[in-house]
Design a protein around this ligand. Structure first.
Ligand code: DI6
Ligand code: FE
Length: 401
């Protein structure tokens, strides 16, 4: 069989949907043709492969390229000063009153050109790429006008063209109330549904639609209107739900067949059941939990018992999770949430792909999927979860390159 490249002498954690656990293969081979996996599995079962290039992995481990399925990577400005103020005892409220918080990121993002946004985010995406990440989701949500949101999403798409990484974009117009609409959140939701979303959809700038359903964000009713508009444009939805309080956002998201509901610290049993029925992924964001020193744990045992697929992501954002290490998010998933090694690794591969609606293309080493690989200098997959601040990536392959 003719192929472009073959990796031999590897130990594989395929994360394949039909394999038990991590889908381990002791003496494995991966063959790529035209950017896709042509064969993956035991060397002993491999067909006759006639490769342009053969790479010997010398016993290293290969996993699917990692997937960061929830980020706010595109933004301008700097909020490290707020962090300093908080360490000196200032409250969020005081900081917000002084013009800080999310509003300061919105101001800075509105002033930034598309080029500025790409330049600032490049450093962050490169940090992820250096850890074997091959797919990154990027949300808008700091522009809050049609033009500013569209510019954020164009910058995200451009980053994906500049770097060897797949970028999935999400329109998060309903992230915060812009200053122009103070006192009129329903007016802003009207504008999202009748102007912003149609414009963004017609330019093909978003792969999904998200909202921040929260006391300090938008209500259940407002979220439902955004979801209806998304459905009218054929876009799948996901939701920031139950992060600070329980508004029953996850159940609403499940009713709309959401790809994922994210954060979920305050999720209740009814929400878990609704997500299980709908097949909605629970995307957990331990970086935000850690950074805001949250103490309410998401209902991991209930999610596990109900068979809700769990994903982990960085939530990279300037306010509550300035995290650009998916490997550290793995460690936090285990340390803070007591997820098992297997759960953590599936959470940034197979389940993260599902949270993006990309299960057919990525998230597992399986014939026909994109040949996105992370090759690691480790002795056991558990090392990827166990270590803190250590990067054992040996090589990264995206679409067979
Ligand atoms: N949840 C959060 O924690 C952040 N946004 C969201 O939807 C906060 C974003 C920020 O402070 O910039
Ligand atoms: Fe977020």
């Amino acid at each position: 069989m003719r192929c472009d490249k073959i990796w031999t002498g590897a130990r594989l954690a395929t994360m394949a949907a039909d394999a038990p656990g991590l889908g381990l293969v002791a003496d494995g081979v991966v063959a790529a043709r035209d950017g896709l996996i042509l064969y993956v599995g035991p060397a002993a079962d491999a067909p006759d492969l006639d490769a342009g290039e053969t790479i010997s992995c010398e016993g290293r481990w290969i996993t699917p390229g990692l997937i960061d399925c929830h980020t706010h990577l595109i933004h301008a400005g700097d909020r490290s000063h707020e962090f300093e103020l908080r360490l000196q005892g200032a409250s969020y409220e005081e900081i917000a009153r002084a013009g800080g918080g999310i509003a300061s990121t919105v101001r800075a993002t509105r002033q930034a050109s598309e080029q500025d946004l790409v330049d600032a985010a490049r450093l962050r995406i490169d940090a992820l790429i250096a850890e074997g990440v091959t797919t990154v989701e990027i949300k808008s949500g700091y522009g809050l006008t049609t033009a500013d949101e569209a510019r954020m999403l164009r910058a995200a798409r451009r980053l994906g063209r500049e770097r060897s990484v797949r970028v999935a974009t999400t329109f998060l117009g309903a992230h915060a109330l812009p200053p122009e609409f103070v006192g009129d959140p329903d007016g802003y939701i009207d504008m999202i549904c009748t102007q912003m979303l149609p414009a963004i959809a017609s330019e093909g700038l978003a792969d999904a639609v998200d909202a921040f359903c929260e006391g300090i964000g938008f209500t259940l009713e407002q979220t439902a209107r955004v979801f209806d508009a998304a459905a009218a444009h054929g876009l799948p939805v996901k939701l920031h739900a139950e992060q600070l309080s329980n508004l029953h956002g996850a159940a609403l998201a499940a009713r709309y067949g959401a790809l994922s509901a994210d954060h979920l610290e305050h999720l209740d049993v009814a929400g878990v059941a609704a997500m299980a029925r709908a097949g909605t992924v629970a995307t957990l964001l331990p970086g935000a939990f850690y950074f805001v020193r949250e103490t309410k744990l998401p209902p991991i045992a209930s999610l596990r018992a109900a068979g809700v697929p769990i994903a982990l992501a960085t939530d990279c954002n300037p306010g509550t999770s300035p995290l650009t290490s998916l490997l550290l998010a793995l460690n936090m998933g285990a340390t803070l949430y007591r997820l098992t090694v297997e759960e953590c690794l599936l959470a940034v591969t197979r389940n993260a792909a599902r949270a993006l609606g990309l299960s057919a293309q990525i998230g597992g080493l399986e014939a026909g999927k994109s040949c996105d690989l992370a090759i690691w200098d480790i002795e056991r997959p558990a090392e990827l979860v166990y270590r803190m601040g250590f990067n054992p990536l040996n090589a990264r392959v995206w679409r067979g390159q």
